[in-house]
Design a protein around this ligand. Structure first.
Ligand code: PMP
Length: 452
């Protein structure tokens, strides 16, 4: 018998065949739409990653509301993927939907500020403790712009990242450590320059390597998630961030914290929950309730230096910003979302559910003596195919198993439960119920039962 990550691999593969057939049989409309799409959409999908799910063809969504959605064939799902965080506070939250409806009568974009931006910036300052803010349309853009500010402010070219990170489609961060050496990621399409010339990479939780990378004083910023979430979750070891921050300060490197996923830690992100003091901070995806928008904040000193850098630069385009940035619609949505949806009480509720979920998953794992573990960052939970949680990107990368993920995900999907593709991330939102969580835990238990 072949085993893999503690399960019977022959049984898992047989189960996958059965689940693929079940999916194909249940989804005539999604199948029909997929075949029509093949005529005019590259790879048959509006974004080529949409082919990377576990399904034999795309699952088409008809409507989504709160923690649920309905597919084109009329099946209902509990959504624990929530748009990979974009809908982390539920689909179409009522206050955001109302704000969008109101703003829809009052203009979408004018390349001029509206009152909402003033309120939003005050609220962001209150939440995150950073006094100055700018906007973007995606977290990728916000990270790109923040890097540009950091380089302009410090007059340094190097960016430092942690191996295995993801910060969106920011070219500078597509560097992997291969046998300890930085390399431009070979999957990157159409990239023609050697990214390692201006980007350094070290392992997460490795303070000695961090100091070695910083000490020549050439690094403009350390761009990092406070806990890694995109290669499976990797938590910082106790004291890591305190020491890492001190090193950044010692060598004059700006700390740029990307809270796009770790916003699951609380209303002010991991930064506020754990007392980090970044110079720059990015949040994207869910900040406007799922309407495209991202924000980035500056400490007082970083803001002063940014304004100085712009004033001292020759007149002309800074390379920062896009035409629809801070548009009227996104600002109205973000104001409603921050005021009424991303609230302290919503977080308290989500934390309780995530605890229930993590305990349930751990129970199944223990019962079947699987060499798996469960990691949590506030309202974000993940099961990983290792008994000991990884401490860095290389370790996390080794335990990823996309084939096994596809089998688990498809099994759950066929039972009306959607979790995040590419790893095993599970989100709960203010509309998720305890019964939804219990259903997911039970289905996870059934899966393990069938392949153990
Ligand atoms: N930062 C982090 C931490 C992310 O996880 C992601 C996307 N998964 C991004 C940035 C980029 O977000 P977007 O694709 O919305 O630009």
């Amino acid at each position: 018998m072949a085993t893999r990550h503690g399960i019977n691999w022959d049984k898992a593969q047989a189960l996958q065949v059965a689940e693929r057939n079940a999916f194909i049989g249940r989804m005539p409309r999604s199948r029909e739409l997929s075949s029509q799409a093949a005529g005019h959409l590259l790879f048959g999908v509006p974004l080529h990653w949409m082919n990377d799910w576990s399904t034999p063809f795309s699952l088409y969504v008809a409507a989504a509301q709160g923690a649920r959605f309905t597919d084109a064939d009329g099946h209902d799902y509990v959504d624990f993927c929530l748009g990979d965080t974009g809908a982390m506070f539920g689909h179409s939250p009522r206050p955001v939907a109302d704000a969008i409806a109101r703003q829809a009568q009052r203009g979408y974009t004018a390349m001029l500020p509206s009152e909402d931006g003033v309120w939003v910036a005050q609220e962001l300052a209150r939440r995150f403790g950073l006094p100055y803010w700018q906007f973007a349309l995606s977290a990728s853009d916000a990270n790109r712009f923040a890097i540009r500010w950091a380089r302009a402010i410090t007059h340094r070219s190097q960016v430092l990242i942690f191996n295995g990170c993801y910060h969106g489609t920011v070219d500078d961060v597509f560097v992997d450590l291969v046998d300890g050496q930085p390399q431009t990621r070979d999957s990157l399409l159409g990239q023609v320059y050697d990214i390692t010339r201006h980007t350094r990479s070290v392992e997460f939780n490795d303070l000695a390597a961090l100091e070695a990378a910083l000490q020549d004083g050439e690094v403009a910023c350390l761009l990092a998630e406070p806990a890694m979430t995109n290669i499976g979750m990797v938590l910082p070891q106790p004291g890591f961030w305190q020491a890492a921050q001190a090193l950044c300060q010692r060598y004059g490197t700006l700390l740029l914290i990307d809270e796009t996923h770790t916003i699951s830690s609380g209303p002010g992100g991991y930064t506020r929950a754990h007392g980090l003091q970044p110079d720059l901070l990015v949040v994207g995806k869910p900040v406007a309730g799922g309407v495209p928008c991202a924000v980035y904040g500056f400490s007082a000193e970083t803001a002063r230096r940014a304004e100085e850098a712009k004033r001292n630069a020759p007149p002309g385009h800074s390379g920062i910003g896009t035409t629809l940035t801070a548009n009227l619609l996104a600002m109205a949505a973000m104001r409603a979302n921050l005021a009424e949806v991303m609230t302290d009480s919503a977080y308290q509720y989500m934390f309780g559910l995530a605890e229930r979920l993590a305990a349930g998953l751990r129970g199944v794992i223990a019962q079947h003596e699987l060499p798996w573990c469960v990691t949590q960052i506030g309202a974000r939970t993940e099961f990983q195919f290792t008994a000991t949680p990884p401490v860095n990107g290389s370790e996390a990368d080794k335990i990823l198993d996309s084939e096994l993920e596809h089998i688990v995900h498809l099994f759950l999907l066929n039972r009306g439960l959607l979790i995040t593709p590419f790893h095993n991330m599970i989100l709960v939102c203010p509309d998720t119920t305890a019964a939804d969580v219990d259903r997911l835990v039970a289905a996870f238990g059934d899966f393990v039962q069938q392949v153990r």
